[in-house]
Design a protein around this ligand. Structure first.
Ligand SMILES: [Zn+2]
Length: 590
């Protein structure tokens, strides 16, 4: 959304995203799928890329942290950090599983908690009493990978990043940069700085990852077969993905990243969930700043809170929630984009419910935006030969509209600039509402009977609002905006400057029409599981999975009152095009 907004304003934008593919979870997921880890990651990368694109995420590059540029850059950063005295070798004592043939990361050792006797405590923390643990504290430990109790403690050599030595540098950088960050990101950064940075192991005993190399590029003596920790190499992939983009497109990646090669004028913005803030405000800056090289560091950091599923967590393993690939089989991307923008977990955690989702889509998209576009274009088709009509002069009603639109557009632009996306959603909706209010007041269908010129002004102004709505809705609703714009021949979806001409841009006589292909009837989506059902999970639901999911055997969530959703389906279909209303899933009414 932000990328689309900035491009629409005429900025040169590079939207970089990637899959971070290393680490124990990827290895174990691959094993569970019966695949080698590379094949697994190859497939998952394609799945993620396709899902993102289908949602209208306008990536310039969707890279892979397992690709060659990230190997090279990760090894480069490790070398310069070591040259700067910020990396040293240390010997750890870690749990080795003889039957699994591997060292076990802390969380993959389970056993009985020494404090509360909970039998499934993890090696890093007990989920029952919450105490932080060391895997060697556990009584009767076993491997969470295989269940084997054939474990022993072995020495293993690792590289440590001496974050204690760069803590002051990082804090100085946060002091300088964070005043422009939003409170959530800033508070998380200081929380971690105040708790104190610790020297951190940045290598692991894994097979899949960026290998640790010696000065000659070959295996490093004493660290053969080790790879860098995923959280060391993953953020470096932002830079490496840009190199992937350059390789594919012939661009210059260094001018985006090196302050000595043109990146001084880059504004670097990161978007993430709040769980990732510490890595982006402390760990990654420690790597970058510790290198002493002139790399671009983040300017603005936008963090989001949690989206919950009826107050609980989304869970792929338990099939609780609706997931990216599944969502698009139910409804178009713009419905999800709208809901997550205008009602998303921006400044606090937010619960997703089908009821609220239905309300947002119907009240905002179908009733306000869709209804407006449908009404005015339909009327132009039936009464003005399907063209932008000539004749008449704007009067006081149009003057007031113009003033209101100019002010509302300034507000909308300011909210986008401030990355206040919920407020931007409301400001966008407020503009759509202005369109409806104008049509109510100008009432061209009434004026048409007595004063054709007056009606022509109303229709012409309304059609210009359609063109404007296409432009200002495009960052949030790219697919809908294109369709709406097409009805009035508005293919230019650049961001508008607030000025008077906005309401009289379309050439008179230009044909306008609703698409002939689309029936008015809204399709009835087939819904997935209710809130606490299980079964469909993350898997792409085929006909069989969906049929199962629709069966009303899902236990309803605990809630205070009866759920009203869907009891009175909207009888209307007048506003079905261009954004038909939706109805709640049957299963959640049980
Ligand atoms: Zn415990």
């Amino acid at each position: 959304m932000w990328s689309r907004f900035k491009r629409a304003q005429g900025h040169e934008v590079l939207y970089v995203c990637a899959t971070d593919e290393h680490g124990t979870p990827a290895e174990l997921a691959a094993a569970a799928a019966g695949q080698d880890v590379k094949t697994y990651c190859d497939e998952q990368h394609q799945v993620q890329k396709a899902a993102g694109e289908a949602f209208g995420l306008s990536y310039d590059v969707f890279g892979r942290s397992s690709n060659a540029p990230n190997h090279r850059l990760t090894q480069h950063f490790a070398k310069v950090l070591e040259d700067n005295g910020l990396i040293e070798e240390r010997v750890d004592r870690m749990i080795y599983s003889i039957d699994d043939g591997r060292f076990l990361p802390d969380r993959y050792v389970e056993g009985t908690c020494p404090h509360c006797a909970y039998e499934k405590a993890r090696g890093d923390q007990c989920d029952n009493c919450g105490r932080l643990l060391d895997p060697t504290d556990l009584k009767d430990p076993y491997s969470a990978v295989s269940g084997s109790r054939n474990l022993e403690v072995r020495d293993t050599r690792h590289l440590y990043l001496l974050q204690t030595k760069v803590a002051d540098t990082v804090r100085g950088w946060v002091d300088e940069r964070s005043p422009s960050w939003q409170p959530l990101a800033r508070s998380i950064a200081y929380k971690h700085l105040d708790e104190g940075l610790i020297d951190r192991g940045i290598t692991r005993d894994l097979k899949w990852g960026v290998p640790v190399v010696g000065a000659d590029g070959g295996p490093r003596p004493g660290l053969e077969g080790k790879v860098f920790y995923v959280w060391f190499d993953a953020p470096i992939e932002y830079i490496a993905a840009t190199e992937e983009w350059a390789q594919a497109n012939g661009g210059d990646w260094r001018s985006w990243w090196r302050l000595d090669e043109g990146a001084e004028d880059v504004r670097y913005v990161q978007f993430m969930g709040k769980d990732n803030v510490a890595f982006h405000t402390v760990s990654f800056p420690a790597t970058i700043l510790g290198s002493g090289e002139p790399w671009k560091t983040v300017d603005q950091l936008k963090a989001f809170n949690w989206l919950n599923w009826y107050g609980g967590k989304f869970s792929t393993s338990q099939g609780r929630g609706v997931f990216m690939d599944q969502a698009l089989e139910l409804l178009p991307a713009d419905y999800w984009r709208w809901h997550l923008t205008a009602y998303g977990p921006e400044h606090s955690d937010t619960a997703f419910t089908w009821e609220q989702f239905q309300g947002a889509v119907n009240k905002d998209l179908a009733d306000v935006l869709g209804n407006f576009v449908n009404r005015i274009v339909k009327f132009a088709e039936s009464r003005f030969d399907g063209v932008v009509p000539d004749g008449g002069e704007p009067g006081p009603v149009e003057a007031k509209l113009e003033a209101d639109v100019t002010a509302a557009l300034a507000t909308l632009t300011a909210e986008f600039e401030a990355m206040e996306f919920r407020k931007a959603g409301q400001a966008l909706r407020a503009l759509w509402v202005l369109g409806n209010e104008y049509l109510q007041e100008a009432a061209p269908w009434t004026a048409f009977k007595t004063d054709r010129d007056r009606a022509a002004v109303g229709v012409r102004t309304g059609l210009n609002l359609v063109a404007l709505f296409a432009r200002i809705s495009a960052p949030v609703l790219p697919f809908t905006a294109e369709r709406i714009g097409a009805t009035v021949g508005q293919t230019d979806l650049t961001w508008p400057e607030p000025d008077a001409a906005l309401l009289d841009v379309l050439p008179r006589g230009r044909p306008v029409s609703r698409p002939r292909c689309c029936s008015k009837r809204s399709r009835t989506p087939r819904w997935p599981n209710g809130p606490s059902a299980s079964g469909a999970g993350r898997a792409r639901p085929g006909p069989q999975a969906l049929a199962q999911a629709e069966a009303p055997r899902a236990a309803p969530p605990r809630r205070a009152g009866p759920r009203r959703c869907g009891r009175s389906p909207r009888p209307r279909d007048a506003g079905a095009w261009p954004v038909p209303p939706v109805r709640c899933p049957a299963t959640s009414r049980s």
